[in-house]
Design a protein around this ligand. Structure first.
Ligand code: 5AD
Ligand code: SF4
Length: 476
């Protein structure tokens, strides 16, 4: 009840700002860095701002509020933020725009210290646990004309009922849990997003039913560790209400599979160590659950995996893949890989290449290890020189690209079910959609096909997309 009051309280600030802004046609810009969870948080910030009477602009010069939702998983996000802030300083001097920075990076003290010292023109700093309070922070900054710093170290509660302005009318993200308890030694997330806590089954199911009513066809369930959904609650005897039989990730998939109107269900990211048989069975038997599974590998070497605190070996990962391939027809896999973790030798890196060769991933998200202040990885003595990391990265990239090319060939001549998402960004006369395995397909067709699942014959492949032809028949 207290949580609901917090959100209801914010409605009052939304209303107050709306009154202040009345008739002014004010605009906001938002830049989102990082993962889909951040994108989903930004959709909530946009929802609040639109309710306050602001409309979105992509032009930072035109905006009355410039908002950043930051990520801190890798160093390049920091460079990007500070570059942008330099640019905004001039706009601030000319126009007096409000600058607000939120999200993961704001949970790091050395970053907020740097902002206060070197970019004192920033008006609002807010963290991951205080996002829901953005209306209040904005109102205070406007009314009292002072700088706001609203960052909490303690774990936030889950706030239901925030307004939301989604990026798409076809695909929607649904956050099912916040935080992470795994403490992989390279990763900053557990420090900035706090401990794992799951949303209630009722809140998730009702949100998905609502999305279906609005015409959404695809949902992606989000969390740092989705397949441990409700685990902490059960371990710690934290009471939760079972709703439509949901008491685990597998039962959640089964329940959402029954929601009329939703055609596709995806989820990111699961952890290999928590990939229990009931989840594998749910993917196999729920026809709406896409058969592309993202299974982060990080490294293919058992010693490196141990140092990373991943809690599985190379062999266990490969066994899991085998089991999934046997149980789930048409399974495809994608993964995340980090190269150049402290202490990784050339031979150990070869193990990563070996796993990539064996599994033949549909897609590999490749990252160069980035030292994150406060993580055990940053304190490890045997950091890898940048040139070695880059060499390994390029070697992995070459292998992955050759595999993707080979894999793309397999699509040519096949018929694929494609969810049509809109017109192609590069060619107004073409439509674009995605296969179950998340491959982009471009094809010629009428705009009335948008938001439908149709059959397409794949006629050619072009590395990052496929070309298809209509069969003039919608799927059942
Ligand atoms: N350096 C490089 N990559 C990282 N990731 C997480 N932390 C780091 C880091 N310090 C990658 C992991 C994770 C993905 C979201 O980002 O591969 O799965
Ligand atoms: Fe980071 Fe590991 Fe948690 Fe993923 S599971 S968010 S990599 S600590």
């Amino acid at each position: 009840m207290k949580e609901e009051n917090n959100v209801i309280n914010q409605e009052k600030y939304i209303e107050k700002i709306r009154e202040l802004n009345n008739g002014k046609n004010l605009k906001y810009s938002i830049l989102t860095m990082g993962c889909q969870l951040n994108e989903n948080d930004s959709e909530k910030l946009c929802g609040m701002l639109e309710k306050m009477g602001y409309t979105r602009t992509e032009d930072v010069q035109e905006a009355d509020i410039n908002l950043f939702n930051t990520c801190c998983v890798r160093e390049n996000a920091e460079d990007k933020l500070f570059g942008k802030l330099g640019e905004l300083k001039r706009i601030k001097e000319k126009k007096g725009t409000i600058i607000a920075i939120g999200g993961c990076m704001m949970q790091e003290k050395h970053i907020t210290d740097k902002i206060k010292e070197s970019y004192p023109f920033v008006d609002i700093i807010f963290g991951t646990h205080t996002l829901y309070k953005f209306p209040e922070d904005l109102f205070t900054a406007m009314e009292e004309k002072r700088k706001i710093e609203d960052v909490l170290d303690i774990d936030g509660e889950i706030h239901e009922g925030l307004p939301i302005k989604r990026n798409s009318d076809i695909k929607a993200s649904v956050t099912i849990m916040n935080g992470c308890n795994n403490f992989c030694t390279y990763c900053i997330v557990p420090y900035v997003r706090g401990r794992e806590r799951s949303r209630s089954p009722r809140a998730i199911i009702e949100e998905v039913k609502e999305l279906a009513k609005k015409g959404y066809k695809e949902i992606t369930l989000l969390g740092q560790n989705v397949n441990s959904y409700l685990r902490v609650e059960k371990e710690k005897n934290i009471e939760f209400e079972e709703y439509e039989g949901v008491n685990s990730f597998a039962t959640l998939l089964h329940a959402l599979n029954k929601v009329d109107g939703i055609e596709r269900i995806r989820f990111v990211s699961p952890h290999p160590k928590d990939f229990t048989d009931d989840v594998i069975d749910a993917i196999a038997t729920c026809e709406k659950v896409c058969k592309l599974v993202h299974l982060p590998l990080q490294s293919g070497n058992t010693r490196v995996l141990k140092e990373m605190n991943r809690k599985y070996t190379k062999e266990q990962y490969l066994e899991l893949v085998e089991k999934m391939k046997k149980t789930i027809p048409n399974l495809t896999l994608s993964t995340d890989i980090i190269v150049g973790f402290p202490g990784e030798s050339d031979e150990e890196f070869e193990d990563t290449l070996d796993v990539v060769r064996k599994v033949k991933f549909e897609q590999v998200y490749m990252f160069i290890y980035s030292r994150r202040v406060g993580t055990p990885g940053d304190r490890m003595p045997n950091q890898i020189p940048e040139d070695v990391k880059h060499k390994r990265f390029n070697k992995l990239k070459e292998l992955v690209e050759s595999q993707i090319e080979e894999n793309n060939q397999k699509y040519v001549g096949t018929i694929q079910k494609v969810l049509v998402e809109g017109t192609s960004k590069t060619n107004e006369n073409m439509l674009t959609g995605r296969t179950d395995s998340n491959k982009v397909v471009i094809f010629e067709g009428d705009k009335s096909l948008i938001n439908k699942i149709i059959n397409l014959k794949i006629v050619s492949e072009h590395m990052w997309y496929l070309k298809g032809n209509l069969l003039n028949k919608e799927c059942d």
